[in-house]
Write a protein that binds this ligand. Structure first.
Ligand code: B12
Length: 271
């Protein structure tokens, strides 16, 4: 593909992703992403339970698709007044995630139908199953920055977005990063609202991890404490046993609502 065709392809991708339902979309470079803070830190940070099973990749190991050159990152807004987008329905993933999967699948189908020469790669959610670190990809694609709450904070929706990505084998111009840092003069409401005090102390050292950019920016985000809260959310869901009809299959399913205090307390994107 020549430069002009690449530019046309890239702008069509950005347009189509929105037509298929993405609220935000951008493009990042695969080689740059491989060197991003999460990808370089992950092998040095022990895993928390994220469904890792025998046969899965080790922390920090990645299964980059051969020939993959550009990552297309999509985001869907998850506002506080639509909490159901983030609720697990029994074993079925949250509606917001299902919507993201549909957007990516539609985009892959559209590329395959219109650009036969382009190889597309569906990227799974879990890193240990071949996924990528989506927040880093989103920052590099210009969707926002990593906030003090350790989440991607977008100018439009704050941290209240969910992400998903795909890869193509064409080198496209990256759409980011952008200059945006709402946390530098913020009163850090997100840190106070964490029920587990997950940002209570520095646990990752710049020397030890060998880089400047750390979880929670300064190394004070504890994935273990955060994960404890999510375990509590599972217990609460079982105790409450709140059931709803899951329309696609017609079965009654239990709702599971994970903590989102670090998102809801963030003022960015609320006006
Ligand atoms: C495993 C996982 C978890 C684990 C561990 C989380 C962790 N951060 O370690 C647990 C179960 C605890 C968890 C909790 C939550 N998660 Co989670 N999780 C993931 C998953 C699958 C991988 C994340 C991971 O392991 N990161 C690796 C560790 C090493 O990195 P890290 O802690 O993020 O720290 C790095 C960054 O901060 C980065 N960084 C710092 N500064 C800078 C600057 C720049 C320029 C760049 C590029 C990077 C960068 O460097 C750090 C490493 O040194 C991703 C999906 C995915 N495939 O990416 C979702 C994901 C990150 N989770 C998400 C969410 C929403 C949550 C929760 C709010 C729970 C919920 N209701 O869903 C909490 C909030 C956690 C928080 N405040 O960070 C969203 C975040 C959306 C957003 N706006 O950013 C994601 C992207 C999934 C999605 N569906 O979109 N999660």
């Amino acid at each position: 593909m020549n430069t002009i065709s690449k530019l046309k392809f890239s702008s069509s991708i950005l347009k189509k992703a929105k037509e298929f339902g993405a609220d935000l979309v951008g493009i990042a470079d695969v080689d740059e992403l491989k060197e991003s803070p999460s990808h370089t830190a992950a092998p040095k940070i022990s895993p928390v339970e994220v469904g890792q099973r025998e046969g899965d990749l080790e922390p920090g190991e990645a299964a980059w698709p051969e020939g993959g050159k550009s990552v297309i990152v999509t985001a869907i807004s998850h506002p506080e007044d639509k909490p159901e987008l983030d609720w697990w329905h029994g074993k079925h993933s949250p509606p917001g995630n299902q919507k993201l999967v549909t957007v990516i699948k539609e985009l892959i189908k559209w590329i395959n139908n219109n650009y036969e020469e382009v190889e597309t790669h569906y990227i799974p959610y879990h890193v240990e199953k071949g996924g990528i670190f989506l927040k880093d990809a989103a920052v590099m694609a210009g969707l926002g920055c990593i906030g003090r709450n350790n989440l991607l904070v977008s100018p439009e929706y704050g941290p209240r977005v969910r992400l998903r990505a795909m890869i193509v084998d064409v080198e496209l111009p990256p759409t980011g990063p952008i200059t945006f840092d709402p946390c530098s003069d913020c009163e850090e409401y997100c840190l106070e609202k964490c029920p587990q005090n997950s940002f209570g102390s520095i646990i990752y050292d710049r020397e030890e991890i060998g880089q400047e950019r750390l979880p929670g920016r300064i190394g004070d985000y504890s994935r273990f404490k955060c994960n404890d809260q999510m375990e509590k959310n599972i217990e609460t869901a079982e105790e409450k046993d709140e059931k709803v009809l899951y329309e696609p299959s017609g079965e009654m399913v239990q709702l599971l609502k994970y903590c989102r205090n670090c998102e809801f307390s963030c003022p960015i994107g609320k006006e």
